[in-house]
Design a binder for this molecule. Structure first.
Ligand code: G4P
Length: 308
């Protein structure tokens, strides 16, 4: 089942963000380092392109992501015009402190006391925008929570040294184009749990992890995983962890949640669900599917009048 999630308050939030962007110099776009493109809201790109604002892409939660893949993503983004990318973890004190200097370099014209550097933090829910805001301000001004869409209104704060920072609520977009993006977002907890079936998401995640992180799965669940598919991996986890229903059958829902929690918390290890190469393959497949000629329509029956 394709996953879609666009709570009503986000339409208002989008409008407000577009207005604020007009009065801003730099967009700090926070992405989830484990799924940078799946967590990149195309609406933010449009708003940014429309206003021609440079962008600092922050690949946050890099403590949870595969470092080699993160390096490949940085190279990918740093080739884009008007973009600078940086990977960091808000869980590592000191790392967010690199941001002001990177922003300054992106807007050198805003460098005198009468022209403060105005930055706006944007991104989808749960990528760490509030945590980043608090780290930059060195105090708790924004609510942090592992439930998507916690921040519901904007606030602008003075960072000192001629810099201001506006945070925005998490912005989703009305239609997630690729089903796999919906699953990656749900697995990484950017999409509200009410909108998704955890078991389906876990089966998708299990399939992806089997392709690239079999060793981490074997180490975590202490079992061989070669030859398993997503569904049978979750059954194996249920058996290994003693997840049983009252009647004695395997509790697949519980095992699915174990896998999701282990991925989300980093207990499985440092994992990236997409790479620049897998993204390129996905986009090629999608555009090939779009340009494939539609199946020839069945010959329409001739109008009765002409048969007579
Ligand atoms: P948002 O504003 O974009 O919606 O995200 P928010 O800052 O509320 O962060 C969502 C969750 O992500 C929080 O988890 C936060 O601690 C965590 N987080 C933020 N940045 C990082 C990071 O760089 N690495 C890791 N591993 N986690 C990060 P939480 O469960 O509510 O809080 P906590 O128990 O982790 O503190």
């Amino acid at each position: 089942m394709p996953i879609q999630w666009f709570p009503g308050h986000m339409t208002t939030a989008r409008k407000k963000a577009a207005e604020t962007l007009a009065r801003t110099d730099i967009v700090i776009e926070v992405l989830d380092a484990r799924i940078p493109e799946a967590s990149c809201n195309p609406m933010i790109r449009q708003l940014r392109d429309f206003r021609q604002r440079p962008c600092l892409k922050v690949l946050n939660k890099s403590d949870l992501a595969d470092p080699l893949v993160t390096a490949a993503w940085l190279e990918f983004y740093n080739r884009q015009p008007g973009v600078k990318a940086v990977a960091l973890s808000c869980k590592h004190p000191g790392e967010p402190g690199r941001i002001p200097a990177l922003c300054r370099a992106l807007a050198p014209h805003r460098n005198d006391p009468t022209k403060p550097l105005r930055m706006i933090i944007m991104g989808i829910p749960n990528v760490g925008k509030s945590t980043l805001m608090n780290a930059l301000l060195k105090k708790r001004v924004a609510k942090v929570g592992d439930e998507p869409a916690i921040t519901k209104s904007q606030q602008t704060l003075d960072l000192g040294k001629g810099m201001t920072l506006t945070d925005t609520p998490g912005l989703m977009w009305p239609r997630i184009e690729h089903d796999s993006d919906g699953y990656m977002l749900a697995a990484s907890h950017a999409i509200g749990t009410n909108a998704v079936i955890e078991e389906e998401v876990a089966t998708f995640l299990a399939g992806l992890l089997l392709e690239r992180y079999g060793d981490l799965l074997s180490a975590r669940y202490k079992c061989p995983v070669r030859g398993l598919d997503g569904a049978s991996l979750i059954e194996t986890i249920a058996a290994r962890r003693g997840c049983r229903l009252k009647g004695g059958g395997l509790d697949i829902e519980k095992a699915a949640l174990i896998l999701l929690t282990d991925y989300r918390s980093g207990a499985l290890g440092r994992i990236s669900l997409e790479t620049p190469e897998t993204r390129a393959t996905l986009l090629q497949a999608a555009s090939a599917a779009l340009s494939a000629p539609a199946a020839a329509p069945e010959a329409a029956p001739e109008p009765v009048s002409e048969l007579e």
